[in-house]
Ligand binder design. Structure first.
Ligand code: PAF
Length: 281
């Protein structure tokens, strides 16, 4: 399996790809788990070549401690990828290769998609995500790029990014992969004590119950109920729960026919911030 670290090596590889071949990109920050591997498998199925990037992007971390503690498991990641296919190309650039001198994010106008939920609680996070994803898409020029729906807001913002920056690529969202007890797979789960990791099934169980209630109860009743259930467990503290239009991410006012809604949640437990979401209709 080819592992490359510089843009020069990357360009050399890209030149070997035949014009009519499809190229798929799976951008990651490493610490790969089954969620990432599901994106990689889909990319392998749908493309002639697949590049997986591994880069812990400093400009999308609003919290220094979160960046410092972000798990880095490159050797295991490479093993996992080579087990999926030895044809994958892994691109692992350094911070200076990506950002040269200025480690700062570009400023975008994501037309409000970035002002709610994660954007409200994590300053500049989506500018950082936009900066690295735009750079990867422009450098690699994939036909298809794959992102998980666990970060559903990120997925919508990346679709908007390709629209406002005119980047010709299919952005493909892939379903959330969960641990056996329901917790959405995330690299940050590794930082949870095992008992909390089990107990964190409360997040998905509460979202599933919210979905059941969505047919008959108002958004306010549901979000108050979710907040109470989560906060009643002393190990968990809710940061936000929103029921929003899945397209615009605007909080629901009144249910409208033909619109898709989702519930979005962020919860703190054991000093780790977890997010999840669920389609409600
Ligand atoms: O979802 C992630 O892992 C990151 O936000 C991404 C898309 C790889 C950009 O750094």
């Amino acid at each position: 399996m080819l592992v490359i670290t510089t843009n020069t090596e990357l360009n050399t590889f890209l030149k070997t790809i035949k014009k009519d071949n499809n190229l798929g990109l799976v951008p990651t920050m490493g610490a790969l788990h089954s969620g990432h591997l599901s994106l990689v498998k889909k990319a392998i199925k749908e493309n002639d070549h697949v590049i997986v990037s591994i880069f812990v992007n400093p400009t999308q971390f609003n919290n220094k401690e979160d960046l410092e503690k972000y798990p880095q498991t490159l050797d295991t990641d490479i093993k996992l990828l080579s087990m999926a296919s030895d044809q994958i190309v892994v691109y692992v650039p350094s911070v200076s290769e990506v950002y040269k001198k200025e480690v700062t994010p570009k400023k975008y106008n994501f037309q409000g998609l970035d002002l709610v939920m994660e954007g409200e609680f994590r300053d500049d996070h989506f500018n950082g995500v936009g900066t690295i994803v735009e750079m990867l898409l422009n450098l690699i020029k994939p036909n298809n790029a794959y992102f998980g729906e666990k970060d559903f807001q990120q997925l919508q913002i990346i679709k908007k990014l390709t629209e406002i920056e005119n980047i010709p690529v299919n952005i493909i969202g892939c379903p959330i992969v969960r641990e056996s007890h329901g917790l959405a797979m995330s690299s940050r789960n590794e930082r949870l004590p095992s008992q909390i990791r089990q107990e964190a099934s409360i997040i998905y169980n509460t979202l599933k119950a919210a979905k059941e209630k969505f047919g008959t109860k108002s958004a306010k009743v549901i979000t108050d109920w979710v907040t109470k259930v989560i906060n009643d467990n002393p190990n968990f503290k809710i940061e936000y729960i929103e029921i929003s239009d899945a397209q615009t991410l605007k909080p629901i006012k009144r249910k409208q026919k033909g619109k898709k809604y989702r519930a979005f949640i962020a919860v703190y437990t054991a000093n780790v911030r977890l997010i999840d979401n669920i389609a409600l209709n």
